[in-house]
Design a binder for this molecule. Structure first.
Ligand code: GAP
Length: 436
């Protein structure tokens, strides 16, 4: 299974999904950049989440709050206290630090040296605002996006005239000084969260907790993740985060084990009551503090799960080609709404100017409607394989008949069926295929 991760990491780099960050300077501690196809796919994931929250569900509004906020917010939220820290031990010999809960034995995994007793390390990332690097100007990068929602509770209720129950959804970067970032983009120090806070009456919190658990699981299933690779895990009382009354994780079966990709939390009135106390501004709704049911997913963890789940190897090749292909062909069976490129336009031969001209006309026609790629390099079979490897949904081939009949063939990634269609109908046909 480790082998599969190596293949994923290598494909991600080779085909422009994910690059190691600061690579030309030797990298930068488990930090990654999303390449051209990765950026496209990540936006597709975020758009699918926004469509779900803001268009499919009822009574949810959006927000885009700041990453850097008044540090008092983090005092009130409990993030500066012991609850938001990792227990670390240090090797007395090589001075590497490790998370105590990740260690399998009580010797240093790097050099076998003796370890110190554990100490708590807070995960908030410090930063300085203004020109003076002193305590007064010190604050933090946000560790979760939801705090921006809580401190705007009153503004949102009043400006949008909302009635309970309602939700506020936000996507954005969060930062945690994770001591042991690992497993590619699974655990990093800078990551993106997709969080929705559902404000409701305390008596209906249990019911909404169950509702949102089911809704969030359905979202992953509807985007094509295999059922057998997803499960719920009820978080034990002693494991609960400092704010949570109850929590359930949605876990994905990664090659490195079952791991959380999203949490559903009943945060009770922890956030609104603490912010009321600490700010002096009463954040009640009709005389009481609403309870909060939170759905908190990681865009990066979701990305990794979607990518791994879509990865398939076809032995002996699947593409019709004149070359004797015996090798394994890779395809990404990404859901149509997540695939970074929807359509590839391929002239049959690149040394025939009339074919190239026609194919470029088709590219110009489709470009305003779909994310397209024009590709003329290599045999047609090789080009199909290259497109399959990045999950492109449709390959359009322009051949000599196209010049006579103003038509072309559409090859479907999954069925590999080829169909001949008129170019004047192409936009409508592709739109229909993408919507179905
Ligand atoms: N507001 C609640 C909250 O932040 P969390 O369980 O700490 O809860 C929620 O985080 C989600 O954010 C996780 O399920 C995961 O998808 C993502 N996440 C948290 N820490 C992460 C990290 N270091 N790297 C990547 N994603 C992370």
């Amino acid at each position: 299974m480790e082998d599969l991760m190596q293949k994923i990491v290598s494909l991600a780099k080779r085909r422009g999904f994910i690059f190691p960050n600061s690579e030309i300077y030797g990298g930068f501690g488990s930090s990654y950049d999303f390449g051209p196809l990765g950026a496209e796919m990540k936006n597709n994931i975020k758009n699918a989440w926004r469509r779900e929250m803001l268009q499919s569900q009822d009574n949810i509004v959006g927000l885009d709050s700041a990453i850097i906020m008044n540090p008092k917010i983090w005092q009130a939220s409990g993030h500066l206290s012991a609850g938001f820290s990792d227990e670390l031990v240090e090797c007395k010999k090589c001075h590497h630090r490790f998370r105590k809960d990740f260690l399998e034995r009580d010797k240093c995994p790097e050099c076998g040296g003796e370890l110190t007793d554990s100490k708590k390390f807070n995960l908030m990332m410090k930063t300085f605002v203004g020109s003076l690097e002193d305590e007064a100007a010190m604050t933090f990068l946000r560790a979760e996006t939801c705090q921006g929602i809580y401190v705007n509770f009153d503004n949102i209720v009043n400006s949008m005239r909302l009635k309970l129950p309602f939700g506020v959804a936000q996507i954005g970067k969060s930062f945690r000084n994770e001591i042991t970032p690992k497993d590619f983009i699974y655990r990093t120090r800078e990551f993106e969260q997709m969080e929705m806070q559902w404000f409701c009456e305390p008596k209906s919190a249990d019911e909404y907790f169950e509702y949102w658990k089911e809704q969030r699981m359905k979202w992953y299933l509807n985007l094509g993740v295999k059922k057998d690779n997803l499960r719920f895990r009820e978080v034990a009382k002693e494991e609960l985060a400092h704010y949570a009354k109850r929590a359930a994780d949605i876990e994905y079966k990664f090659p490195f084990g079952w791991k959380e990709i999203e949490g559903i939390h009943n945060r009770g009135d922890w956030d609104l009551s603490n912010h009321s106390k600490c700010s002096g501004k009463e954040l009640k709704y009709e005389g009481y503090y609403p309870y909060i049911i939170e759905t908190s997913g990681g865009a990066d963890r979701g990305f990794l799960a979607f990518l791994i789940d879509a990865y398939e190897e076809v032995k002996g090749g699947r593409t019709e080609t004149t070359e004797a292909v015996k090798e394994v062909e890779v395809m990404l069976k990404l859901h149509r709404s997540l695939a970074p490129v929807k359509v590839a336009i391929l002239p049959l031969l690149k040394n025939k100017p009339e074919l190239v001209k026609k194919a470029k006309e088709v590219y110009e026609l489709l470009k305003p409607h779909f994310i397209c790629q024009y590709d003329e390099a290599g045999s047609i079979g090789r080009r199909y394989r290259r497109q399959d490897e990045t999950g492109t949904l449709f390959c359009l081939t322009v051949d000599f008949d196209s010049l006579e009949n103003n038509d072309l063939t559409i090859r479907d990634r999954d069925s590999m069926k080829q169909e001949r269609v008129k170019i004047e109908n192409l936009v409508d046909i592709l739109k229909e295929k993408l919507e179905n």
